[in-house]
Write a protein that binds this ligand. Structure first.
Ligand code: V47
Ligand code: SF4
Length: 356
C-alpha cells in the first residue's frame, strides 16, 4: 500500500501491515504519515477542555497488578467520599467555567447501584452546565450486574440521572492471555465491548483506551486496536482513543518491568492514529504522559491533550507520573499546544468548539 493511501478509509491498514510498520518503519516517517492524517481530520487544531475529576473512592474489590491506587478498606491511604463530601467538592466549581466532570474510581462492593446513580444526579444538580462523563465499563459492569439489571436497563437509568458519556478506562489489553495475568477478576474484553456497544446504541458517547508497555506483545496491541476499530465501524460511538502508557511506580507489575521509551510511546501514538482510521480523536492524556511528552505526541498524530484537571486525579501521580498535583491553567493548556506548533481550541466533552 502506498503511504498516501493509508488512513483514507478505502485501503485501511491490516493488523499484519501495522505490525510490519511497527517493526520496520523509521519513527520520523511514521510521525509524518500520522501527522498528515491528523491534518486531514482536524487541520492545525488541537483540543483541550476545562474539566475536573471526582474519584469517589480508591477502595476496590479488584486487584489489578498494574494499579498503584487501589486500597483495601481500612488500609492506610484508602478514601471513600460521602455524598456530602462529593457535594462539597462539586460546589467548589459552581462559579467556574468547567464543561466536564469525569468520574472514575475503585469498585467498592459496599456501594450499590443507587449510590452511583445519586452521585451522577448530585453532581449534575450542583453543576447543571457540565457534561458528566462517568465510570469505566469495569465499574458499570460490576454495579449493573450486581443490581440484577440488564446492561441496557442499567445504562438507561444512569443516562436518566445525567450520564452523558462513559470514560475509556478498564480496557487494558483485550487478549485473555494478558487479562488473566494482570487483571483476572474484572470484566472480560467481551463484557467491556458490550457495555460500550450498548452505550452507543443508547446515544451515550464513550472513550476507549489501551494500557500498553507491560507484558503484552505487539500482536496483542494491534489485536486490541482491531477490536476497537471493528466496534467503531459498527456504531461510530467512540469519540476518542487514549493510549495509556503503563507507569511502574508503586504497583506489583511495575516491580519487574521498565517503562517504555519516549520513542516507543511516539510509535504507539502514530500507529494508533494510522490504524484507527475511523476514530476522529487520539488523545495524548497529559497527566499520564507528562507535559513534555504530550507536546511531542502532537507531532505524532494526537489532536487532544485532555483538560485543566485542577489536581483532582491521583491515578497517575501515584503510579509515578511527573506531575504529582496535575493541574493546568487554560493558558498553560494553550501554551503546551502552541509550543508544538498547533492552534489551541477549547472543546466540550463532545468535541463541540467553545468560543467565548
Ligand atoms: O483502566 C491504572 C489506567 C485507567 C495505571 O475517558 C494506569 O478520557 C498507566 O478511565 N499506569 C482508568 N495507566 C482511567 C480512565 C481514563 C484515563 C484517561 C482518560 C480517560 C477518558 C479515562 O487508568 C485504568 C487503567 O488502564 N491505569 N493504573 C498505571 N499504573
Ligand atoms: Fe480497581 Fe481500577 Fe485499580 Fe483495577 S485499576 S484495582 S479496577 S481501581
Amino acid at each position: 500500500m502506498s503511504k498516501q493511501e493509508i488512513g483514507q478509509g478505502v485501503n485501511r491498514l491490516s493488523v499484519k501491515e501495522a505490525i510490519e510498520m511497527w517493526h520496520n518503519m523509521p519513527l520520523a516517517e511514521l510521525g509524518a504519515m500520522a501527522q498528515k492524517l491528523k491534518h486531514q481530520k482536524s487541520g492545525t487544531e488541537v483540543y483541550y477542555n476545562r474539566n475536573i475529576h471526582i474519584e469517589p473512592t480508591n477502595i476496590c474489590v479488584f486487584r489489578c497488578k498494574f494499579c498503584s491506587y487501589r486500597r483495601a478498606e481500612g488500609q492506610d491511604g484508602a478514601w471513600s467520599y460521602s455524598m456530602d463530601e462529593i457535594k462539597e467538592l462539586a460546589a467548589r466549581y459552581v462559579q467556574q467555567p468547567i464543561t466536564e466532570v469525569h468520574i472514575v474510581g475503585g469498585v467498592d462492593p459496599k456501594r450499590g447501584f443507587e449510590f452511583y446513580e445519586e452521585l451522577i444526579s448530585t453532581a449534575q444538580n450542583i453543576l447543571p452546565q457540565v457534561a458528566i462523563k462517568a465510570y469505566t465499563a469495569v465499574e458499570l459492569h460490576y454495579i449493573i450486574t450486581r443490581a440484577e439489571l440488564s446492561i441496557r436497563e442499567g445504562l438507561q437509568r444512569l443516562q436518566r440521572a445525567g450520564m452523558r458519556a462513559i470514560a475509556g478506562g478498564g480496557a487494558e489489553i483485550f487478549a485473555s492471555r494478558v487479562r488473566n495475568e494482570i487483571c483476572p477478576d474484572k470484566c472480560s474484553a467481551k463484557e467491556w465491548l458490550e457495555i460500550h456497544q450498548t452505550a452507543h446504541q443508547l446515544g451515550i458517547t464513550t472513550n476507549s483506551t489501551m494500557l500498553y508497555g507491560h507484558i503484552e506483545t505487539i500482536e496483542e496491541r494491534f489485536d486490541h486496536l482491531n477490536r476497537l476499530r471493528e466496534l467503531q465501524d459498527q456504531t461510530g460511538g467512540f469519540s476518542a482513543f487514549i493510549p495509556l502508557k503503563f507507569r511502574t511506580a508503586n504497583n506489583e507489575l511495575g516491580e519487574s518491568i521498565s517503562e517504555t521509551s519516549i520513542a516507543e510511546d511516539m510509535r504507539m501514538v502514530a500507529l494508533s492514529r494510522l490504524f484507527l482510521d475511523n476514530f476522529e480523536h487520539i488523545k495524548a492524556y497529559w497527566p499520564m504522559f507528562g507535559r513534555a511528552t504530550t507536546e511531542l505526541a502532537l507531532a505524532f498524530g494526537a489532536d487532544d491533550i485532555d483538560g485543566t484537571i485542577d489536581d483532582t486525579t491521583k491515578i497517575y501521580s501515584l503510579a509515578g507520573a511527573e506531575d504529582t498535583k496535575p493541574k493546568l491553567s487554560v493558558e498553560q493548556c494553550r501554551t503546551l499546544i502552541t509550543n508544538a506548533g498547533y492552534t489551541p481550541v477549547e472543546r466540550d466533552t463532545f468535541y463541540n468548539k467553545i468560543t467565548q
